[in-house]
Design a binder for this molecule. Sequence first.
Ligand code: FEO
Length: 405
Amino acid sequence: MNTVQIKPDIYWVGVIDWAIRDFHGYVTPNGTTYNNYLIVDEHITLLDTVRHDFAETTINNIRHIVDPSRIKNIIINHIENDHVTSLDKIMALAPKATIYITEKGKKGLSRFFDLSAWNIKIVKTGDTLNIGKRNLLFLETPMLHWPDSMMTYIKEDKVLISQDGFGQHYASASRFDDEFIECSSIQELDDAVVDYYANILMPFGNLIKSKIGEIQKLGLEIDVIAPDHGIIWRKDPGKILKMYMDMANGAADLRVSIIYDTMWQSTEMMTLPIMQGLKDEGVDCRVIKLRATPMSFAIKEFWRSRGTLIGTPTLNNKMYPTIAEFLHHLTGLRPKGRITGVFGSYGWGGGAVKEAYDSLKAMKLETFEPGVEALYRPSPDDEKKCYEFGREFAKKVKEYHNQFK
Ligand code: FEO
């Protein structure tokens, strides 16, 4: 292994990380890949590198095609550790190569490496680089998802090297979307796209829309979208563009996630009648016990669902710690276009339901009040209230969902 030609003389020289299950705190049940690309032209050009512990793998992949010392240009589209931390090993083999990077990228790169001996050229949107038969066009994509980020378009081949954009954490024997079309794992792949978007790109919906608009305005024809993680989109690059536009416009399924935690099962007992109320109004739901679930999975389910109900017991007059952590995390992702509500149990004094409700309100999410609460143990009467709460919330979710049609 392991190079794959994505167009004549353009190769994937990346690595597959089958084993990673924790990507800086996100669960990655399917592993990931670190994609980088080599163009064999008059001036041999490498686009991006890989995580430091895979440096030798990508260097060996490059060696299958050319002697790494012949690399003339290195494009650094993004300086996050998973893409840049083997740059020093590559520069050691090709010390005369010129690095092309955004201004903010160079500033950040200087925190990783001593740049004094390296040739570095700053590029910005619209700049081009001729490498022989081909011309590269640079497109800055600041805050998608770091300030330094950019994409590189290979004009003659109509290939967009899109860095983290349009990527997924998905390790697979396949490199291309068309290798998935006929098998069931296409669903897994779509799920990985949503997971990646929810956990990494959720705050940047407006930027995504304007960047896709900018690409369309430039009239760039795109045959292939090649991200730095996961599958390369060559059969249907329009599919991933549409998925991104839909998500940036707030697309969600008409369903509800009940995300809860519990101390002595009282809050947990409340989930069942609520779930029944939702179902009886024709709204599907998924119940997620937070303490037993990775945070990034719960974030994905929140994002996938038009409505979310948070269930929390009161502990020392506060939200249960896992719920507080979830809401803290969600706040940073600046969610939009979702309706939420809260329920929970308490002993002698409440507080958690109000605190969770205030937290959702502070995020400027649509919120459904009042939250239903049960003292110590849900009574039959509390269960009836929970059922009605579920029904009423389902009605609100349907109404709210209609605004997005
Ligand atoms: Fe795949 Fe932002 O790094």
